[in-house]
Write a protein that binds this ligand. Structure first.
Ligand code: PLP
Length: 245
């Protein structure tokens, strides 16, 4: 049981398509151990999300604190938080552990379009940006636009402005943009692109898996770029597995 741990705070999707169960799969597949704290319970099937209820924020923070104190946590991944209360409850704790690499996936809605944040958009923006302070933020194009307070992300390079909102680095996931999906990594020192031919399937939870794969790579001591390359390979493998069913 000596594998480095990733503390994952995310929503529970009982179908396993996305959320905590998908996160745990990606962390294990990368070679680290997931510690999973549910921030919200969702009602969903493999087809669509229906509704959710946030978990008591004090319980989430207490659980995260206990795991941080007693387990070998080397990275933190935050996915769906469900509402502002979880951000308020865990931000001071994460601030005390700011040396741990942190990956924040700003989950606002499911691909079936159901909202996954209970509150107005400005509250969601503040909550996720607060958690992403100094962290790797992994939005898709609609999430990046929402966090920037703009209607649409017409130019992917515009997502670099999220660095000015406190993120330590930004990995813009290009799956929602036309053409071959290109992910952009924005860091204060420059921009890198990662591009491969599109795999023509729709599969749930790719964003969760990518962010958790990166967090696991960081927990294992990989440099950020290497962790991203490994996590992208993991997601491609997951997508390929949908081609053959
Ligand atoms: N449910 C939970 C708990 C999630 O965290 C997410 C996305 O991160 C989703 C659902 C949405 O997944 P999808 O976009 O694959 O519908």
């Amino acid at each position: 049981m000596s594998r480095p741990c990733v503390l994952v705070l995310a929503g529970l999707d009982p179908s396993g398509g996305a959320g905590l169960l998908a996160d745990a799969e990606a962390v294990r597949a990368t070679g680290a151990r997931p510690l999973c704290v549910a921030t919200a319970l969702t009602v969903q099937t493999t087809r669509a999300a229906r509704r959710f209820t946030p978990v008591d924020a004090a319980l989430v923070a207490e659980s995260a604190r206990a795991l941080l104190e007693e387990e070998d946590v080397r990275a933190v991944k935050i996915g769906m938080i469900g509402g502002p209360a979880v951000a308020d409850a865990v931000a001071p704790l994460l601030e005390r552990h700011r040396r741990l690499p942190r990956v924040v996936d700003p989950v606002l809605a499911a691909s079936s379009s159901a909202s996954l944040f209970d509150g107005p958009l400005p509250a969601a923006r503040n909550a996720y940006l607060r958690l992403a302070s100094g962290a790797l933020l992994t939005p898709n194009a609609p999430e990046a636009a929402a966090l920037l307070g703009i209607e649409r992300l017409d130019d992917p390079l515009a997502a670099a402005a999220l660095l000015g909102k406190g993120a330590g680095a930004v990995l813009l996931k290009g799956g929602h943009l036309p053409g071959n999906p290109t992910d952009f990594l924005f860091r204060p020192e420059g921009t890198e692109r990662f591009s491969e031919p599109r795999i023509p399937v729709t599969a749930r939870g790719t964003g969760c898996r990518l962010a958790s794969g990166v967090a696991a790579g960081l927990a294992l001591g990989m440099p950020l770029r290497e962790a991203i390359v490994a996590a992208r390979a993991l997601v491609r493998e997951y997508l390929q597995s949908h081609l053959s069913v």
